[in-house]
Design a protein around this ligand. Structure first.
Ligand SMILES: Nc1ncnc2c1ncn2[C@@H]1O[C@H](COP(=O)(O)OP(=O)(O)OP(=O)(O)O)[C@@H](O)[C@H]1O
Length: 551
């Protein structure tokens, strides 16, 4: 074998694939990039997609006779898929004449990988390193925002961690962000992260909190969501029947909708501006008994306080260099969908009128807000589909994040020019991902099942082929940490053991009514937040109906 080579091409070759015998002294790995000299096209980049090892001496007959003592002399054969090289005008080309058996194979150098795959260039955001190398993987902000982006993976594989990395890069590039956050995972962008120094050095970054650039809005209140900076309120004036019925869609029968429709029509003909109280009054004039159900539903909405005559201005939600997080913690699923539908419609209209700057809308748990037909319904489906298909023209990008790709509207997913995919094992999700992506073959599907935590597959219009990316660690704090289910138990067990060691066994007497609680050790009156939670509950359970049981 020639000096420095890792193998030699043999057997039948093509223009898009070849096999090579791997040199015993220099192992190559599955997924590794290699190069071959092509007689007419020069250096060509290829990737190892399969490696097999076999012995000519230790056959089935030998195996029947016992274990093998001498393990030398095995053949290691690799299969490589050809990626190509750049021609003089920078276009990617694959050879048109098959590779020559007998030619040597070398490990690919960083410059060749970089230029052929188009990874680093002068792009503005870095999301990590090409897996197994020190080559930075950079993306273009413009292309990511304009052509939308999806982050897909099974639960716990690192979706929100990776989304955080992308959001940090967008904030560093002053891109305005509006984040729909059903699980309170993004408030932590405010605080600097606590990753190990060695990991930070590896990616050449430092901890950073985005503090005052992040505003957390709650549609509930501070008692339910103490991390919130501001209340989020929708415009309560002149609501349509469609908007009203989208909050509890399952609870409205056609009779209810009829009653509501008549009331709203009457108000429209009489008043320029009407509120939910006017609608309740007008429904009250109806003669049928069914009106009481309608009134009950409308009162639930009114008492949730989500509607206001001084709603949150849409202009506040999308501002240069800032991120607004609508933290939906404690909000019932129906109301979440209604809020997302309203906010996204207003945002898209505001963007069309140039009332807000170009920016990015981030939708976590996208399968709930843009569901695929047949799985569920959401009043936000239509507007999200419109943003996916037309947002580019108006400078409104969308990032969709989901653990169930098969359940996300294909019309939305198929518009995403950048897809960051982590480990996926559900066969339906795998199928829907590979169906929707260009350049995805069985190698890619095999990889997706096996991806370790922290490694993503990046498929992007910016990059020639799907690549594996070792996603960089976070600059800011990650908010979606898994809960250690044994932690409390271990702590209690530990303190029990310490107590047992330190003090004599307690006498079995009933506790005094005023004893401090075991958890807080406090005898003081309930805190203000606890008091206001009690107030909320006093609202006859309606509050609970709107904001769910999560409070
Ligand atoms: N690139 C990474 N580097 C280091 N750690 C990571 C990386 N990606 C994920 N992790 C770790 O994996 C854990 C789970 O990640 P994350 O919370 O993002 O999962 P998820 O897919 O969003 O889960 P869920 O669907 O439950 O919200 C994180 O707590 C983090 O510690």
């Amino acid at each position: 074998m020639s000096r420095g080579s890792v193998g030699v091409i043999f057997g039948e070759t093509g223009t898009l694939e070849f096999k090579f015998l791997v040199s015993e002294s220099t192992p190559v790995h599955r997924g590794e990039y290699v190069k071959a000299w092509h007689e007419s096209d020069g250096w060509i980049l290829a990737q190892v997609i399969l490696i097999k090892r076999y012995s000519e001496k230790y056959t089935l007959k030998e195996a029947k006779n016992g274990l093998r003592k001498d393990k030398s002399g095995d053949n290691i054969v690799a299969e490589a898929t050809v990626i190509g090289n750049r021609d003089s005008s920078g276009l990617l080309r694959a050879p048109t004449i098959p590779f020559s058996p007998g030619d040597p194979i070398y490990k690919a150098d960083d410059d060749l990988i970089n230029s052929v795959l188009g990874l680093s260039g002068k792009k503005d955001m870095n999301i990590g390193l090409l897996e197994g190398t020190d080559i930075p993987v950079n993306l273009s902000v413009n292309s990511l925002v304009q052509r939308h982006c999806s982050i897909l993976a099974k639960t716990g594989s690192g979706k929100s961690y990776t989304a955080g990395v992308v959001l940090e890069e967008l904030l560093d590039n002053n891109v305005p962000l509006l984040i729909i956050d059903p699980h309170s995972e993004y408030a932590s962008l405010k605080d600097p992260g606590s990753e190990k120094q060695g990991d930070l050095d590896k990616y050449n970054i430092s901890p950073k909190g985005y503090g005052s650039d992040i505003t957390i809005y709650t549609p509930a209140n501070k008692a339910i969501n103490p991390v919130a900076d501001e209340a989020f309120r929708l415009n309560g004036n002149n609501l349509t029947v469609k908007e009203l019925t989208s909050i509890f869609p399952e609870s409205y029968t056609s009779t209810h909708v009829g009653i509501l429709y008549e009331a709203v029509q009457k108000l429209r003909s009489e008043m320029d501006t009407y509120t939910i109280d006017d609608i309740i009054f007008e429904v009250g004039n109806d003669k049928s008994k069914a009106k009481w159900n309608v009134i009950n539903l409308l009162e639930s909405v009114r008492d949730s306080e989500i509607l206001s005559t001084t709603p949150t201005p849409i202009e506040d939600l999308l501002q240069k260099g800032k991120a607004s997080v609508i933290d939906l913690k404690g909000v019932s699923p129906d109301l979440q969908r209604m809020i997302v539908a309203e906010v996204c419609s207003s945002l898209f209209e505001a963007r069309k009128m140039d009332n807000v700057p170009p920016g990015m809308l981030v939708i976590e748990e996208a399968h709930n807000f843009a569901p695929e037909k047949g799985f569920s319904k959401s009043p936000s489906s239509e507007v999200l589909r419109n943003i996916a298909s037309e947002g580019r023209k108006f400078g409104l990008g969308m990032m969709v994040i989901s653990q169930r790709p098969a359940r996300v509207d294909k019309n939305v997913l198929s518009q995403c020019g950048t897809q960051i995919i982590m480990k996926v094992t559900n066969p339906n999700d795998l199928k829907s991902i590979s169906k929707g992506l260009e350049g995805v073959n069985s190698y890619v599907e095999d990889e997706l099942i096996r991806l370790p935590q922290g490694v993503s597959m990046l498929v992007s219009t910016d990059i020639e082929k799907p690549v594996l990316v070792d996603i960089r660690v976070r600059k800011s704090q990650h908010g979606g940490k898994s809960v250690n289910v044994l932690k409390g138990k271990q702590k209690k067990q530990k303190s029990k053991e310490t107590k047992q060691k330190q003090s004599p066994p307690p006498k079995k007497t009933p506790p005094e009514p005023s004893q401090p609680s075991a958890d807080t050790g406090s005898t003081s009156a309930p805190k203000q937040s606890e008091a206001s939670e009690q107030n909320s509950e006093d609202k006859g359970g309606l509050f609970k109906k709107i904001f769910g049981a999560n409070k």
